[in-house]
Design a protein around this ligand. Structure first.
Ligand SMILES: [Zn+2]
Length: 480
């Protein structure tokens, strides 16, 4: 399917401006310094047949505020890759591929023992869910039920207040309070956070923010190369693209939670966090029949309050690898779409990630996205072909499998709890959270009621503009 160029311009700039506020919130350092090359790392300087050197290691198009000189060299590219000179914020939209297969309701996902039959996605009624791309209300019967379930676990939710929008500069007291273990400002993690794969040269492949129109193009390439990925999906996007999610799932990709509306979770009240995670879990179960037990916080924005709520809801947080403040394994691919970064810079970031990854004694997890065309094109045209040609070879797997678990372990209903303890049990055992012997008092989950209604401006702006974009998409008869 092809967007008309005028439509593309109508949709995309708004998305970008809004999302960038979130990016600025979560990311405090210079884009050009996102990745420090590993000392002494080497890269192969081969250029694939049929690809000119200038197309893989050249000069970025005019982007005055960004670096224009790059040193990356790719081991391989996809012969059908969209040229680097074309991948930018202003590019006309390319064709979206139809899904390779369409799921049939009732199909038994035999690759997961004891999984239920696939529901009929056509029966999904958006009227039964909250407004898309907004933090759901907390007074619905569903959310009240989930709040009660969290309370019943006895989880002790740290009582610190939600953070203010604006990130670290706007939250000096919270930043100074290291007991929060706030990843956004300092990279703090707990032992239960998944941040890497155990074995060296193992890459836990992940894509966030879909399902979306270009997810099918990514799936097509993954099928061609027999790669499986983890997809951290946004509940609101699942409402819009349930058939895509079913195809991802039946294609033996790993599905995990990325909230309902993509807010910065630390800015929300406890009840709002429960609503975000609860509705996301519910819509995924309604479409797939089973519920993920891994989650990734949007923007990586997590602290011990968000961790406690997540794990009380059966969701283990998954981050991306971060080995120093200037070496997070974030390609920044999301920002090509908005012209905030260039595709060349993303490939430079990728090469720097590779330099670090190949010197580590463990494997790694990289942040990439499938929401926008540009991110998919840099993945399928350059990053994945380069990774597949890498020497020594990488073992590329979904996160659940790089953790030496199987796909059944990735879902609450099919998890073998004896070998893969549920999130809350694991967190209690690790001393990351505590539970009271009796059900927690209501104050544990309602402590922050006084700040209910406090939203993250960046997240809300993102949501509003996604709605705007999808509304235009609806007019184009996108495969909702
Ligand atoms: Zn995201």
């Amino acid at each position: 399917m092809r967007f008309s160029q005028s439509t593309v311009f109508a949709i995309l700039p708004a998305l970008v401006v809004a999302r960038n506020q979130g990016q600025q919130f979560a990311r405090q350092h210079d884009l050009n310094a996102r990745q420090n090359p590993a000392t002494g790392s080497t890269t192969t300087a081969s250029v694939p047949v049929g690809t000119s050197a200038s197309s893989v290691s050249g000069t970025a198009a005019a982007t005055p505020t960004l670096a224009t000189t790059f040193t990356f060299k790719l081991d391989a590219t996809n012969p059908t890759a969209v040229p680097l000179s074309v991948i930018n914020a202003a590019q006309p939209s390319s064709v979206t591929k139809p899904l390779d297969s369409t799921a049939v309701p009732g199909t038994i996902p035999t690759f997961i023992p004891n999984a239920p039959p696939l529901p009929n996605a056509a029966l999904l009624n958006p009227a039964n869910y909250p407004v898309l791309d907004k933090v759901p209300p907390v007074d619905s019967p569903e959310v009240k039920g989930w709040i009660d379930e969290v309370t019943a676990t006895g989880i002790v939710i740290p009582s610190f207040d939600p953070t203010q929008p604006g990130g670290c500069p706007n939250n000096t007291a919270a930043v100074a309070d290291t007991s929060r273990c706030w990843w956004t400002c300092g990279g703090c993690t707990r032992s239960t956070d998944v941040t890497q794969c155990p074995a060296p040269l193992n890459w836990g492949l992940t894509y966030d923010d879909g399902p979306a129109p270009y997810t099918s193009n990514l799936l097509s390439y993954l099928d061609q190369t027999n790669l499986k990925s983890t997809f951290f999906v946004v509940g609101s996007r699942v409402i819009s693209f349930p058939a895509t999610l079913q195809t991802q799932f039946l294609g033996q990709h790993h599905i995990a939670v990325h909230t309902w509306s993509h807010p910065s979770l630390t800015t929300l009240t406890n009840e709002q966090i429960i609503a975000e995670l609860g509705w996301s879990k519910k819509v995924i179960k309604d479409v797939l029949g089973i519920t993920p037990n891994l989650m990734r916080p949007p923007f990586g924005d997590i602290d011990d309050r968000v961790r406690a709520i997540s794990m009380a809801m059966g969701l283990t947080p998954v981050m991306w690898t971060r080995i120093s403040p200037l070496a997070t394994f974030d390609t920044d691919d999301f920002n090509i779409h908005g012209g905030i970064t260039s595709v060349q810079q993303v490939l430079q970031n990728w090469e720097n990630i590779l330099g670090n990854a190949t010197t580590m004694s463990n494997g790694f997890i990289v942040l990439e996205h499938d929401l926008f065309e540009q991110s998919v094109e840099v993945a399928t045209g350059y990053i994945l072909p380069d990774a597949l040609a890498h020497n020594p070879p990488f073992t590329i797997k979904p996160v659940i499998e790089c953790l030496n678990k199987n796909m059944a372990d990735a879902y609450i209903e099919t998890n073998d709890n004896s070998t893969n303890p549920p999130a809350l049990s694991a967190a209690v055992s690790a001393g990351v959270v505590t539970v009271t012997s009796a059900p927690a008092s209501a104050s544990n989950t309602s402590k922050s009621s006084a700040v209910s209604g406090q939203f993250n401006g960046a997240g809300l702006a993102y949501m509003a503009t996604v709605i705007a974009g999808l509304a235009v998409g609806a007019l184009l008869s996108l495969p909702f």
